[in-house]
Design a protein around this ligand. Structure first.
Ligand code: IFM
Length: 474
């Protein structure tokens, strides 16, 4: 029963005036329904190859930079790795059937480059192609629309040995990989994303070495960033040419930035932080160049520019995938190279904090949607990731993750608010369908709607999964 139905019932019973206002305002009578977002709104969940597949060296798959990175001591907080993960490689049938049973109609997944091309280029691994053929066919059989991401961070190690994203030759290697995917799967997969969050894997992997491949400093970061920026167009053009009736996009992790104090120094630090977190990745693709005024260090990028780069950087994507979890609150800090700013710790901000140490701040979702939607040449936005890791505990065999349900509702309300104000938002994907390998954090932060026991591989739908499933039917 929703709020208005409840009020009608109270009126019929003649007890309307005796119900305290606090109860009526309570979220129990929250009217949010999936149909409020419109009938063509796409609802789904998201995962990524290295985080769920396991089978890291099975059936001819090549080593990825994440295999190498996670196998080295000290890189992963819990000393775990993605060797087995959720064993999706062997359990995809049951997992997709579970998705179907939960009424999930769209699934965002990623393709592992070294599973298809073990050396990154050249020899094709037919067993890798067969695996994704089976997965895609299973999605379609269960009436679930597949949304494929081409690069969710598992670069073939053999390419990293040649410099990875720092080596300009990667544009050719990437073109070969994208073309293979488009030709093999483009007959059945129509929704494509070129990258997952360059604003995460480039700085964490090539600037501060907490993600694979573990590089440190601007000398690594700048060429990697420029080649990733150029690869958006490389991938986008191949997909447009090969996939008939394709819906071609790419994703960015974006966070609204506020200054910690309302004075000029803090406001300027927030501008630099915004340039560093959001603008630096999306603006080159939109034809606006790198934000060198805010981050003068980016001027050194000229060294990596070739004559046609300015022309080739922009690409006219059908949609932009916006991924948001939290906001950033910024303060000036001179010693941080290039940025001269720092995040204020979430615990200082007075809101709930997630297992990742991120602030729960639903309004940040609304603000960042409005900020990104203000760019002139974005056609459509999908929220391709949003979700939360809280500590999950069992109560009588159930996982009563009410905080996750509340988080999802609160963020969804902010998305609806932006949509009602006219932003063209086409869909929403929860991160994640199931608990999985959370990169340098190991298996500890659990983002899933479905609990995974990593010892037995048993799946249990959390209360949030049951809630989402019911919500999808309303
Ligand atoms: O798990 C990641 C995902 O791979 C990319 N986006 C953020 C998620 C949560 O940290």
């Amino acid at each position: 029963m929703n709020r208005s139905e409840f009020l009608k019932l109270c009126a019929i019973l003649g007890i309307g005036s005796t119900i305290p206002k606090s109860i009526l305002a309570n979220d129990l009578f929250n009217d949010l329904r999936s149909s409020d977002f419109g009938n063509d709104f796409v609802w789904g969940t998201a995962t990524a190859s290295y985080q769920i597949e396991g089978a890291w060296n099975v059936d001819g798959k090549g080593e990825s930079i994440w295999d190498r990175f996670a196998h080295q001591p000290r890189n992963i907080k819990t000393k775990e790795n993605g060797d087995v993960a959720c064993d999706f490689y062997n359990r995809y049938n049951e997992d997709i059937e579970l998705m179907r049973d939960m009424h999930i109609k769209h699934s965002r997944f990623s393709i592992s480059w070294p599973r298809l091309l073990p050396e990154g280029t050249g020899k094709i691994n037919q067993k890798g192609i067969d695996f994704y053929d089976r997965v895609i066919d299973k999605y379609l059989k269960e009436n679930i629309t597949p949304w494929a991401t081409l690069y969710h961070w598992d670069l073939p190690q053999k390419l990293q040995d040649k410099g990875g994203w720092e080596n300009r030759d990667i544009l050719g290697w990437f073109e070969e990989y994208v073309s293979l995917c488009a030709h093999k799967f483009g007959d059945r997969v129509k929704n494509w994303m070129v990258f997952n969050e360059p604003g995460t894997f480039v700085p964490l992997g090539y600037l501060i070495k907490i993600h694979a491949p573990g590089k440190f400093g601007f000398n690594h970061f700048l060429p990697a960033l420029h080649h990733v920026s150029l690869a958006h167009g490389v991938g986008g053009r191949v997909l447009k040419n090969v996939v008939k009736d394709g819906n071609i996009g790419t994703t960015f992790s974006c966070s609204h930035v506020d200054p910690y104090k309302n004075n000029e120094r803090f406001i300027q630090s927030a501008k630099r932080m915004d340039a560093f977190t959001n603008r630096m990745y999306i603006e080159p693709i939109l034809g606006l160049g790198y934000p060198t005024a805010e981050i003068p260090k980016l001027k050194k990028m000229e060294k990596y520019f070739k004559p046609d780069d300015e022309k080739n950087l922009p690409f006219d994507f059908d949609f932009i995938g916006l991924q948001n979890y939290s906001r950033i609150v910024s303060k000036p800090l001179q010693i941080v190279p290039g940025l001269h700013a720092m995040n204020v710790k979430a615990k200082k901000l007075g809101h709930d904090i997630t297992e990742m140490g991120w602030e729960v701040y639903p309004e940040g979702m609304y603000k960042i949607i409005k900020q990104i939607a203000a760019y002139k040449n974005i056609k459509k936005i999908y929220i391709t990731e949003n979700g939360v890791a809280f500590k999950d505990s069992f109560v009588n065999g159930n996982i009563n993750d009410t905080k996750r349900i509340q988080f999802l509702k609160d963020y969804l309300k902010q998305i609806l608010r932006a949509k009602k104000e006219g932003v063209d938002i086409g869909g929403y994907f929860v991160w994640s369908f199931m608990d999985n390998f959370e990169w340098a954090e190991g298996y500890h932060p659990r983002f899933g709607l479905v609990h995974v026991d990593f010892k037995t591989q048993q799946r249990i739908i959390k209360d949030s999964g049951k809630w989402f499933s019911e919500f999808l039917q309303k």
